[in-house]
Every structure is written in structure tokens, then in C-alpha cells.
Design a protein around this ligand. Structure first.
Ligand code: FES
Length: 64
């Protein structure tokens, strides 16, 4: 699903960025051009990043 229509960034792209080590919107923006144009997607992108971080932490707690 597209999160950022301006730059064609998908939820999969953002989740992959978090799995690669991004921990904030700034980190993701160093990898992807999300929320760098109109900004409409900013809240959705931040919510998705937080969700992906929680999922990542949950998976790591099971792996430990
Ligand atoms: S929809 Fe993401 S910058 Fe416009």
C-alpha cells in the first residue's frame, strides 16, 4: 500500500527501512524520500514507523 503518493513510497519500503535499522522519520528519510514533498503522509509514515519498531522489538524479545 502506498503511504506517500508524491514519492511512491510503500508501507513495505518503510518497514524494510526500520528492519534495516531506521528508528525515526529522520532515519527513514535518509533512506527514502517519504514526507519530503507535500507532507500529507507524515503522520501515517510516523505511525507506521512506530508500529514497525514495536513489531521489531516484539520479535527480538521472542528471539532472546
Ligand atoms: S504524500 Fe508524501 S510527501 Fe506528499
Amino acid at each position: 500500500m502506498y503511504i506517500c503518493l508524491c514519492q511512491a513510497v510503500t508501507d513495505h519500503d518503510i518497514k524494510a527501512s526500520v528492519n534495516a535499522g531506521a528508528e525515526s522519520l529522520d532515519d527513514v528519510q535518509a533512506i527514502l524520500p517519504v514526507a519530503l514533498n507535500c507532507g500529507t503522509c507524515r503522520d501515517s509514515a510516523e505511525a507506521l514507523i512506530n508500529e514497525a519498531l514495536q513489531n521489531k522489538a516484539h520479535k527480538l524479545s521472542y528471539a532472546a
